[in-house]
Design a protein around this ligand. Structure first.
Ligand SMILES: Nc1nc2c(ncn2[C@@H]2O[C@H](COP(=O)(O)OP(=O)(O)OP(=O)(O)O)[C@@H](O)[C@H]2O)c(=O)[nH]1
Ligand SMILES: [Mg+2]
Length: 109
């Protein structure tokens, strides 16, 4: 299980949609903010035959992200929108909190 986290509107759902389709994002897709979490199976990495379960956690529920840092989380995908400078400080604080979380010390980031 991978968790996908990052500030609201940073592009988590967009990234997952792109990985699912396996195609470049050639046009802007409309998404709705994720309230709660979304689970998807992705065929990524070297072994495309075995899907990887990814759980996106909505940015609006960042105080609750640690609830989902369970023992079966083997990796974290942290998404930031590098073009949105208003989000940089928030993204950095959330990332430090994530990196310091005891349950994620063995997870790959
Ligand atoms: N951040 C980002 N957004 C993009 C990019 N290209 C397109 N977008 C648009 O920006 C919006 C990003 O929204 P989402 O993917 O829903 O963001 P999110 O991180 O899932 O947000 P929450 O679920 O609210 O936490 C979408 O409307 C995308 O179409 C990009 O390169 N970066
Ligand atoms: Mg989302």
């Amino acid at each position: 299980m991978l968790v996908v986290v990052g500030p609201s509107g940073s592009g988590k759902t967009t990234l997952i949609q792109r990985l699912q389709s396996g195609q470049a994002l050639t046009e802007l897709h409309t998404t709705v903010p994720t309230v709660g979490s979304n689970i998807s199976d992705l065929r990524i990495g070297t072994n495309k035959k075995s899907p990887v379960t990814v759980r996106e956690l909505g940015g609006c529920m960042s105080p609750l992200w640690p609830v989902y840092y369970t023992a079966d989380v083997s990796g974290v995908i942290y998404v930031i929108d590098a073009s949105d400078v208003t989000q940089t400080a928030c993204a950095a604080v959330l990332l430090v909190e994530l990196l310091e979380h005891p349950q994620l010390q063995k997870a790959k980031c």
